[in-house]
Design a protein around this ligand. Structure first.
Ligand code: NAP
Ligand code: MG
Length: 496
């Protein structure tokens, strides 16, 4: 069924199978540049088969008819399956994505937690299945019920491979939907492992299907497929736009989680050590390949220079290396393409007049691997792409501001609105600023902590809809009104 190390088949309708045309693609360890596996490349025919399986499992199968409690049983079994393999999955994630092992372990634990959380929400669906609607017209009674919306096509990026799968698959399954999951080709391994765990949990056939392959082929086939009712996408803006256009053609439901250029406002009354810590966590965690990364730091003038100095000093101390090595805090970027793109962005920033305070280059002593130094840029012009567009790498831009009004203006001056953060000793000021920030997620006195229970998603071009929490479940539910005529009187319009 699988080779010694990694899975080399697609998971469709509860069966492991090779792509019909037998295609494969290389899986590369970004720390060593070694090809570690040949993953199966799904063709349009494979995606069609997966969607048909999901369609059949939804239209004819037991899954959407089950009680929430029954579905919760399977979700918990998947959560337990993930936890049972936590260290194995974390190591796979490191050699596939590059992130340091403790981060991967954190992600895998969160992925298990996500399945447990949505198991509880599935059970709650049973407790409140109907909402009575008070009608002004007393001849009728009405109720609203929530129902699974059908087949979900989930497309995810490479930065949190298993966790992004969990954010989509767990709420979709909890709601009673069936799923076709297309992971990023750069990081396909743990999505196939998730299928294996679901298989061991005896999830009914067709409820979860995993098709690995390229976005251009497998992804495009999935978003274009008329058998899909809902597209759930996380990734870049341009592809998000393509997904939304495909959804528009067939009036598919669509939710998008796209990029950002998230600001962090630090007022002068802040504790400098705490500020530096949260900035570093915000931009160097996961090599800065985070949609909500703290990529624009605004510091009030009096604190600007001391904070910049401390940030540069600490950034230089970060241990770079293979994510499997003890003590490493910064692994390689995910791919050569990503490294090339981020280095080009830094060069462009230099040409625009930005100052590279620290970093900006490939670190010395690595002849293999897509490594990049933690990078701090100052004096970045407001119209430079370094300030307006995301690097999706360990690169932070830092800028001084004078007062609250200017800070809010600079923070909101972006086409993105995923996340924002504010730090100050003055709680009222934090609340005031938080209320004015145009972003879906606002952190006060911290940056990046993410919780399964709280809504996640962007304003403006950072996306549409919310994942996580009960909002994440709503993504996969339709609302139906059921209205009854209760009067004994005839309606009496035609038949007088
Ligand atoms: P991407 O190129 O948009 O890819 C995302 C996913 O879409 C991948 O699975 C990709 O497949 C697939 N895809 C590409 N073209 C497609 C098409 N024509 N039809 C259907 N699917 C297609 O993004 P990325 O480079 O992987 O990730 C980086 C970006 O994602 C950044 O901009 C970042 O901000 C954003 N992001 C956002 C969030 C969030 O929560 N908001 C989280 C993570 C990342 P292949 O890669 O296999 O070709
Ligand atoms: Mg890889």
């Amino acid at each position: 069924m699988r080779n010694k190390l990694f899975i080399n088949k697609l998971y469709i309708n509860g069966v492991w199978k090779y792509p019909v045309h037998g295609g494969t693609f290389d899986v590369i360890n970004p720390a060593t540049e070694e090809v570690i596996h040949q993953a199966p490349a799904a063709s349009e025919e494979d995606v069609d088969e997966a969607v048909r399986a999901a369609r059949n499992a939804f239209d004819q199968g037991p899954w959407p008819q089950m009680s929430g409690r029954e579905r919760a049983y399977y979700l918990r079994a998947i959560a337990n399956g993930i936890r049972a393999k936590l260290s194995e999955l974390a190591r796979i994630e490191v050699i596939d994505n590059g992130k340091p092992l403790p981060e991967a372990e954190w992600d895998i634990g969160d992925a298990a937690g996500c399945f447990d959380y949505y198991a509880s929400l599935a059970e709650e669906l049973d407790e409140n299945p109907v909402e009575p609607i008070a009608l002004a017209d007393g001849r009728f009674t009405s109720k609203a019920v929530r129902e699974p919306l059908g087949v979900a096509g989930a497309i995810i990026p490479w930065n949190y491979p298993l966790l992004m799968a969990a954010w989509k698959v767990a709420p979709a399954l909890a709601a009673g939907c069936t799923v076709v999951l297309k992971p990023a080709a750069l990081t396909s391994l743990t999505a196939l492992e998730l299928a294996a765990i679901a298989d061991e949990a005896r999830l009914p056939p067709g409820v979860l299907n995993v098709v690995t392959g390229s976005g251009a082929k497998a992804g495009q086939a999935l978003i274009d497929h008329p058998g899909v009712d809902k597209l759930a996408f996380t990734g870049s803006g341009p592809v998000g736009s393509t997904v939304m256009a495909a959804a528009a053609r067939d009036i598919k439901r669509v939710s998008l989680e796209l990029g950002g250029k998230s600001p962090f406002i630090v007022f002068a009354d802040s504790d400098i050590e705490k500020a530096v810590e949260w900035i570093m966590f915000g931009i160097f965690w996961n090599q800065g390949q985070v949609c909500s990364a703290t990529s624009r730091v605004l510091v009030q003038e009096a604190l600007y220079q001391p904070l910049l100095d401390r940030l540069a000093e600490e950034s230089r101390k970060i241990k770079i290396g293979n994510g499997l090595e003890e003590g490493v805090l910064l692994g390689p970027l995910v791919s050569q393409g990503q490294l090339t793109q981020v280095l080009a962005g830094i060069d462009e920033a230099r040409r625009d007049g930005a100052k590279v305070v620290t970093g900006g280059n490939k670190p010395a002593g690595f002849d293999k691997g897509y490594f990049l130094e933690p990078t701090v840029l100052a004096d970045v012009p407001l119209d430079s792409r370094a300030w307006t567009e995301e690097f999706f790498g360990p690169v932070v831009c830092i800028k001084p501001f004078t007062d609250e009004v200017e800070a809010i203006r600079l923070a909101n001056d972006s086409r993105f609105g995923l996340a924002a953060a504010v730090m100050s000793a003055d709680d009222e000021r934090c609340e005031r600023v938080a209320a004015k920030l145009r972003a879906g997620i606002v952190w006060i006195n911290c940056s990046q902590p993410t919780f399964t229970e709280a809504p996640w998603g962007g304003y403006k071009q950072s996306g549409i809809g919310r994942e996580l929490g009960r909002w994440g479940l709503d993504n996969y539910l339709e609302t139906k009104q059921i209205t009854r005529y209760t009067s004994d009187e005839p309606w009496g319009w035609y038949l007088k």
